[in-house]
Design a protein around this ligand. Sequence first.
Ligand code: SIN
Length: 484
Amino acid sequence: MSPLKLIKNKTYINGEWVAAADGKTFAVYNPFDGTRLADVPDMGAKDTQTAIEAAAIAFEKWKKTTATERANILKKWHQLQLKYAEDLAILLTTEQGKPLKEAIGEVRYGASFVEWFAEEARRSYGDVIPTHSSDKRLIALKQPIGVVAAITPWNFPNAMITRKVAPALAAGCAVVIKPAEDTPLSALALAALAEEAGFPAGVFNVVTTRQPAVVGKELTANSLVRKLSFTGSTAVGKLLMRQCADTVKKVSLELGGNAPFIVFEDADIDKAVTGAIASKYRNAGQTCVCANRFYVQESIIEEFTKKLIKAIQQQKIGSGLAEGVQIGPLINEKAAQKVADLVADAQQKGAEVLLGGKPYELNDKGHFFEATVLTNLHTEMAIYQAEIFGPIAAIYSFSTEEEVIKLANDTNYGLAAYFYGRDYARIWRVAEALEYGMVGINTGMISTAVAPFGGIKESGIGREGSKYGIEEYLEVKYLCFGGL
Ligand code: SIN
């Protein structure tokens, strides 16, 4: 199969490839050069209802299948994703921009959730509870929650779908996926492979749209949907959560971050630089777990900054499909403008630009920004609280452990944090004091299907991946057997 064969112009609802009810479409562009890649259905509320109703009907049968039956189809889907990994990755790079090597990494990462939850399907045990009364027996049963809506982001157009959908399907739920309007093609390619894997009609549905508010409203208001899983901005997450309140849906929200990356003076500086590059420049800085604020202890800030700049200068910017490129384009014009505005605001308020600092002119259609290093930053600058989502390293200095913990926690976000150091007593203290859902210690890469991914505070609710991930799609039912 070539990536072109995976490009779909219709979307997948109730086991069929369909157009929008009103025939409307929208174009998908390559963020590298603005090439028009495809036109896909621009679905509205009515199409969304159709998908939800199909899922609700399919759920009635799917929930009665055995865990092994579901696991077998998931395993087939997983194998197909690995078989077509390169095609999926080329498609992903073409619509999203990230370097091909990263795209292949994302496809494998995405597939690993499918494999993991195929295995977990058979382990969603309930409990026999020691009884409180000799004439009664008590059981806690786990049951699939029902129709699940998954609203997924453009920064990981493949893996954020599998991370939500695999546990939902493994639990026995049916899904309606709304992919981001910038990157619907990876979702449709995954649907094509899901069809080939043999999911029954209606179990796996995709609603493509460039009217996210309209579709989001239907997905949150429709009482047939019992669970919403969303990855995206905190502002949209709050809105969706409010919209889910009327039908009291269970929600999982993986929202924004403002990750501190702390380097203590006893750290291995070279390793800290490697970790900083991995965390900051993955996907051109467009991840929720990206290092957003570098806090470096005063005595080593000069050495760390020098080494970081040297490492950044070795990163090549360009087309994600070109050999040796590590930094691709930003997703769209709005994203590039946001990064430019943050840098301009910091500069106006006294920041020093040590590297980069402006849009990178590669062609007249791509949205590139230079890999940038800023220092002399303070809390009044927008960059201090904003999720940067671009290739900007913002460096702050600190003197004591107590001070840096305070600074690191001075945010409404609480997704990921990182620190480098060798004193093991301090490692424990700092790991426990950081108010974050995930902490990387002497590493800049924390993501894996086997560990719980998620945030606290305004970074979200719930966990994805790991043994906890499937629980988000299950209800606990208590059975009380009396009269014994
Ligand atoms: C994200 O940025 O939303 C996800 C990143 C990851 O899974 O590593």
